[in-house]
Ligand binder design. Structure first.
Ligand code: PLP
Length: 406
């Protein structure tokens, strides 16, 4: 019989977030075991509910959104997004024509790379990264060149490392701000320096800002696109996280800044956008309501709010475990702790996560899944309630008291 393999296009696509750990977790679940999942940034299973008016907006628009929309999205949605970009994010000159809605930001991340890259082109991607970026660059035939984000500097991108990795084939630079998996939020001065590097080297900036409304400690998110109107940039955003509706698949990308030299690229994006007809139209229809109420999650992010208190707890608990440390996240709902490799004799972070899963029934993601090369990190999603986070922290403390890799 004819056998079928995955396409060679996927040969170098590495999306480690699936793999042996997830396989084991699925086997355990199939056996009826209960697992505490700290591995995926999906708010709904942890009791976070979308704002009522957002649900109402989608429900009341269901009949009117049965058909395809314009391939970029409903004008009402794109106008609301353009207004958000101009009035809230201070990005000059954005119009509905610059916006593409997508089935989550994910679809558009892939589309932006498919439209740009020829075989062998390079894109600078952070390490650690949200792995879809590396996978999308690779699937599009490009090479993801990882630049280091420095844990000793609040996980900010290392500018010298970025500069040293630019070659004549480099077409773009990706930043993830606020960051998954580190929870870092980049200050304006740093963004200005990244913009300057892009300017000097003719790079397109790809700024993943999906967590821009999940910022704590009185800080504010700055969009790099607001700082560099002379540079072409694309921002990525959506409602999965800020409005706790990851399952509705509602995201968008915005083309910002100088466009005279990227007309051909935009033509390619329009073509790719038309090929998928349009994104989920009922989800688009709630965007104006959602963005009018852009601050619905604010109460979760201040003292007394769930995300804030859970962040405080996990940050303190991790730093309290001998041999572990973590930088305090400023945004999103992830923490990326470091293990003392010598103390635990760790040489394989994926094995650590697998061993921990088997013994404690708690699911983490190993640092390698985020293209972090040294096997000394893992990511915790701190969305679960405090009692579950307490269980996780106690599990880690107990496990690491004796764990040593052979
Ligand atoms: N970008 C980052 C940094 C993410 O963490 C995620 C999801 O976790 C996405 C993009 C994808 O978001 P969406 O649900 O809009 O596809």
């Amino acid at each position: 019989m004819k056998t079928f393999h995955k396409s060679h296009k996927l040969d170098n696509v590495c999306y480690d977030i699936r793999g042996p750990v997830m396989d084991e977790a699925n086997r355990m679940i199939a056996r009826g075991e209960t697992i505490l999942k700290l591995n995926i940034g999906n708010p709904a299973p942890f009791g976070f509910r979308a704002p009522d008016e957002v649900i109402d907006a989608m429900q009341s628009n269901l009949t009117a959104t049965e058909g395809y929309s314009d391939s970029k999205g409903l004008l009402s949605a794109r106008q609301a997004i353009a207004d958000y970009c101009v009035n809230v994010k201070h990005i000059e000159g954005v119009t509905p024509d610059d916006i593409y809605t997508g089935n989550g930001a994910s679809e558009l991340i892939t589309m932006s790379m498919q439209g740009l890259l020829d075989n062998g082109d390079e894109v600078l991607v952070p390490a650690p990264d949200y792995p879809l970026w590396t996978a999308s660059v690779t699937l599009a035939g490009g090479t993801a060149v990882h630049y280091i984000c420095d844990e000793c500097a609040d996980w900010y991108p290392d500018l010298d490392d970025i500069r040293s990795k630019i070659t004549p084939r480099t077409k773009g630079i990706v930043i993830i701000n606020p960051n998954n998996p580190t929870g870092a939020l980049y200050p304006r001065e740093l963004l200005e320096e990244i913009a300057q590097i892009a300017r000097e080297n003719g790079l397109i900036i790809y700024s993943d800002e999906i967590y821009d409304r999940l910022v704590m400690d009185g800080l504010e998110h700055t969009s790099i696109s607001s700082l560099a109107p002379d540079v072409f940039s694309i921002t990525f955003n959506g409602l999965s996280k800020s409005h706790l509706i990851a399952g509705y698949r509602c995201g968008w990308m915005t083309l910002c800044g100088e466009k005279s030299h990227v007309k051909g690229y935009i033509e390619g994006l329009n073509l790719l956008s038309s090929m998928r007809l349009c994104s989920n139209v009922p989800a688009q229809s709630l965007v104006p309501t959602a963005l009018k109420n852009a601050y619905t999650t604010k109460e979760l992010l201040v003292p007394g709010g769930r995300i804030y208190e859970q962040r405080e707890f996990i940050y303190n608990a991790i730093n309290d475990i001998p041999g572990m440390s973590a930088v305090k996240p400023k945004a999103a709902f992830y923490i990326f702790p470091k293990m003392d490799m010598r103390k635990f004799n760790i040489t394989d972070d994926e094995k650590f996560v697998l061993d921990f899963l088997k013994e404690k029934k708690i699911l983490l993601t190993h640092g390698g899944g985020f293209h972090w090369e040294t096997p000394d990190h893992f990511r915790i999603v701190y969305l679960p309630q405090l009692d579950q986070l307490q269980q996780a922290a106690e599990g880690l403390r107990d496990f690491l008291a004796t764990y040593r890799q052979a």
